[in-house]
Design a binder for this molecule. Sequence first.
Ligand code: GRF
Length: 205
Amino acid sequence: MNQGTFVVLASGRGSNFQAIIDRVHDGTINAVCTGLITDNPDAYAIKRAEDAGIPAEVVPYRTFPDKIKYEDALMAVLARYHPDLVVLAGYMRLLGERIVDAYTGKMINIHPSLLPAFQGLHAQRQALMYGTKVAGCTVHFVTHDMDAGPVIIQRTVPILDDDDEESLADRILVEEHQAYSEAIKLFFEKRLRIEGRRVRILPDS
Ligand code: GRF
């Protein structure tokens, strides 16, 4: 049987990307990661891709005259891969409507908060500043609005009295790595069904 394919978009460190490809290699995720695409030529994720034998493509945002031209180039690269799923893993740019529309129901993102709380940048800092007692991460389908698509998986962590932004981010990251791999596994098992704003997880058959 033909395996499904996915590409990962990442802008920096790429620890989620690493966790995901580790789960591909150990057979947990039954799909092939065919490429890493990054907007940042200095992203450490590129090294991780090279080490794993995954093609890495840089579409360097700063070399394009405007966002439309950048997204034209990104669309063209994505189209070449023809992925079943596009995985945003620490990809730090807001994608325009054209790209989002082209991958409706086939593009997912991870955010380090329990959405809809604390959208946007510095989610962990926002949670600490607000004083919530739990934090966590959310894997969701991507829609036009930032950090607002149907939720696939959420995982929580407690916020401890002596937490700072770094300690909280580290604790959330452990959960991110598990949640993201689980969501991708479910996607390729065809067990995610979007019903309006809700994502139903179908039982294992
Ligand atoms: C993660 O916290 C992710 O939730 C957020 O950006 C961070 C990326 O980390 N969107 P990494 O590049 O996967 O290590």
